[in-house]
Write a protein that binds this ligand. Structure first.
Ligand code: PLP
Length: 474
């Protein structure tokens, strides 16, 4: 290995990244090219003639970087992927070099200790006591899957992980859930039809009366509640269910209570908007994604579990080839015994470095800034005659909508999709469209260190202009 070349190329790459992050705001946010052009860029046989790292960096500067979706751009307010904080970026760089495998203590002793500590910090934020545990995961999808598996095993008296699903079970959650809950219900073997999508009220919170009705109906048909999944921040709007009420019902029904706070978990850092996730500590398990609103680079999600031992009861299989004499002394924590993954990325380092470098409160002030930006946009929409806002944002996700009197619902839906596409092509902003209660909305969600109030002002002006122009064409 040529470490001299590594050193030089590494310095050059870090310089390039720093310039990229500093100068990005003047570049187009999203590439206006056809996917086929993108695929042809990398269409070549496996290279067999060595190329220097500096030449490779040049190729990347030409072929990869210009065609990225630049989530660090101030105008990126789309699907929940943050602008990563620089300390976290360095954390992932070092994690790759050390290549610690956190699945087993012997392949990462200090990394295991750090991973446990970061899990502890997240449990502290929730308010879970010393009995709690957890796993860092690839994201909210996997964290929700683990939460639902724990639910399945615990509610069945720890039988299903051995005997398979014998009885009829159902999982209850809001119609505003993320699709990861549907996938998890499928993956734990009770079938997607066993998910009960309960309607929400005008604040997009799950309706407790409708939940009670669904439970009653199922009971009459011999279907038992396996888990209630509360939402600690919906993907569309950051709406938070009544977690205390859901806990009372889960307790009464003797089933697991999981809360999906993959996005909303960032509110635990907020200084100005505390208390929104009231009752979170009552959950049996909670999903929080540091790679969303803790501004960590992908990937790092987390499932936090009130009773650590449920992780062991659900996942604790030890194959002989993984046995380690010392482990019998119970001194070496083995994530593979208390979680799903065996080979396991060292995800905690970037989160640990973020907290160390910025401190919890500074990270909380970033969260509050994003909330203020969303509220500002809400005000702009409310003050205008041609836009409406679904609700005042509790978090940074906001849905607004153009109201053209003369257009049908279908035409308006098309208008929103066309405007979002045109704005994507113009390259200054990126956001999504979504459906809420039968209508199409712009879904705008800054989880971004570089967005400002001015970004929101100019975005709103752009939206007004493009929507009015689009209306003319109908
Ligand atoms: C509420 C919620 N849960 C789960 C997920 C899935 O998270 P991930 O994309 O990290 O797998 C998302 C993603 O946006 C989400 O908003």
């Amino acid at each position: 290995m040529n470490y001299e070349e590594f050193r030089e190329a590494g310095h050059s790459l870090v310089d390039y990244i720093a310039n990229y992050l500093e100068q990005l705001k003047d570049k187009p946010l999203f590439p206006d090219v056809e996917p086929s052009m993108m695929y042809s860029l990398f269409d070549e046989p496996i290279p067999n003639s060595p190329i220097s790292l500096s030449a490779i960096q040049k190729t990347l500067e030409e072929k990869l970087v210009p065609y990225c979706a630049h989530v660090n751009h101030p105008g990126y307010m789309g699907l929940i992927t943050p602008s990563p904080n620089p300390a976290g970026i360095l954390g992932d760089f070092l994690a790759a070099a050390l290549n610690q495998n956190v699945g087993a203590y012997t392949i990462g002793p200090s990394a295991t200790a750090m991973e446990l500590q970061v899990v502890r910090w997240l449990n502290d934020l929730i308010g879970f006591d010393a009995k709690a545990g957890g796993n860092l995961t690839s994201g909210g999808m996997m964290a929700n899957f683990i939460g639902l598996k724990l639910a399945r095993d615990c509610t069945s008296g720890d039988t299903i992980q051995y005997e398979g699903v014998q009885d009829k079970w159902a999982v209850y959650t809001s119609e505003e859930r993320h699709v990861s809950i549907d996938k998890a219900v499928d993956a734990i073997g009770i079938g997607r039809n066993s998910l009960r999508a309960i309607p929400t009220d005008e604040n997009y919170q799950v309706r407790i009366d409708a939940l009670e009705e669904a439970l009653e109906k199922d009971k009459k048909e011999g279907i038992r509640p396996l888990c209630i999944v509360g939402l600690g921040g919906t993907t569309n709007l950051g709406a938070v269910d009544d977690l205390e009420a859901l806990h009372v019902i889960a307790h009464r029904e003797e089933c697991w209570f999981h809360v999906d706070a993959a996005y909303g978990g960032g509110m635990l850092l907020s200084l100005e908007n505390k208390g929104l996730l009231k009752g979170l500590h009552l959950a049996d398990s909670v999903t929080i994604d540091p790679h969303k609103w803790f501004y960590a680079p992908l990937d790092v999600g987390a499932v936090l579990v009130k009773d650590h031992d449920q992780l062991t009861r659900s996942f604790g299989i030890q194959h002989p080839y993984l046995m380690d004499q010392n482990q019998k002394k119970n001194e070496r924590y083995q994530f593979y015994v208390h979680g799903f993954e065996q080979s396991k990325r060292f995800r905690s380092l970037k989160v640990w470095m973020s907290f160390q470098h910025y401190g919890k409160d500074q990270m909380g002030s970033w969260v509050d800034k994003n909330i203020n930006q969303a509220r500002h946009l809400h005000q702009l929409a409310c003050n205008s005659t041609d836009f409406e806002s679904a609700t005042e944002p509790k978090m940074s996700a906001i849905c607004i909508r153009y109201k053209a009197e003369g257009l049908s619902n279908e035409q308006l839906s098309l208008l929103h999709i066309q405007v979002a596409e045109r704005i994507e092509r113009a390259g200054q902003y990126w956001f999504a469209t979504t459906e809420l209660k039968g209508k199409t909305w712009f879904r705008i969600n800054p989880v971004n260190l570089n967005t400002t109030i001015e970004t929101m002002d100019s975005l709103f002006k752009t939206l007004q202009k493009y929507c009015r122009e689009a209306e003319e064409l109908f």
